[in-house]
Design a protein around this ligand. Structure first.
Ligand SMILES: CC(C)(COP(=O)(O)OP(=O)(O)OC[C@H]1O[C@@H](n2cnc3c(N)ncnc32)[C@H](O)[C@@H]1O)[C@@H](O)C(=O)NCCC(=O)NCCS
Ligand SMILES: Nc1ncnc2c1ncn2[C@@H]1O[C@H](COP(=O)(O)OP(=O)(O)OP(=O)(O)O)[C@@H](O)[C@H]1O
Length: 199
């Protein structure tokens, strides 16, 4: 089952509530995989240093804010970073999905760039979380992301309308967090029932 939505839409919050209701499901999270690849000692760091300069890595730690500033203001730099990271993220995602299936678990696959990077091929159905852009910007601000940085990332992503045209389920997260959690729990039960004889 695929899960997507623009930055700050509520994917992680939804995933947590979805999984809490279904112990036989596991989360595969492309953002988490990407962060592990770029954490100290991460597999992608040497190539990032070579392409963007050693200056971006301080005491083994990637300067994520500086790299974000570089890629979200320059499409060529964004391509260069994606060319390094996306094949590695894809390989690890497929590996984690395979391992989960071998354990007999169903997978909730959280990928912010689901359609942009063709991960929809891996999914039988896709849930898209939506919320008005100004609401998302406000929520992201509480997480320390400035409105202008949030706007830049939103502009680098497929619009909600295009995501919804290729999705099976839309969950609106324009309201209270409890309402998102209730919808996640409801949908997880519905989908677990529908997929009870499949992986
Ligand atoms: C630029 C980086 C270092 C900024 O790190 P930061 O800690 O600020 O953000 P984080 O990785 O937690 O991502 C937060 C959100 O930003 C958005 N985002 C990240 N990368 C991209 C991208 N290439 N295009 C569009 N949106 C993106 C996503 O909505 C994501 O959920 C980091 O996002 C990165 O390495 N991006 C490239 C890899 C990628 O494409 N990841 C996202 C999909 S798998
Ligand atoms: N309905 C809501 N009301 C208030 N705050 C919310 C609501 N839903 C999510 N949030 C908050 O908004 C922020 C973004 O939510 P979350 O991390 O779940 O989104 P995301 O889509 O996973 O984000 P990202 O794209 O950055 O990975 C979090 O701080 C979360 O606690």
């Amino acid at each position: 089952m695929g899960l997507t939505g623009g930055i700050g839409s509520g994917k992680s919050t939804f995933a947590k509530a979805f999984l809490a209701a279904q112990p036989n499901w596991t989360l595969v999270d492309a953002d988490q995989i990407s962060r592990a690849l770029t954490a100290p000692g991460g597999e992608a760091l040497p190539a990032i240093a070579q392409t963007f300069g050693e200056i971006l890595i301080i005491d083994g730690q990637l300067d994520r804010a500086a790299l974000a500033q570089a890629i979200f203001t320059n499409p060529e730099q964004k391509n260069a970073l994606e060319n390094i990271l996306h094949p590695l993220i894809r390989a690890q995602t497929e590996q984690q999905i395979q391992q989960a299936h071998q354990r007999g678990q169903h997978v909730l696959l959280d990928v912010p760039l689901m359609f942009e990077t063709g991960y929809d091929d891996l999914c039988t159905q896709i849930i898209t979380i939506t919320a008005p852009i100004d609401t998302r910007i406000k929520r992201l601000q509480e997480r320390g992301i400035t409105p202008s940085d949030a706007q830049k990332r939103i502009q680098a992503q497929l619009a909600d309308e295009a995501k919804l045209a290729r999705s099976h389920w839309q969950v609106n997260n324009g309201g209270k967090i409890e309402s998102l959690e209730n919808n996640a729990s409801y949908l997880s039960k519905l989908l677990a029932h529908a997929t009870s004889d499949k992986k």
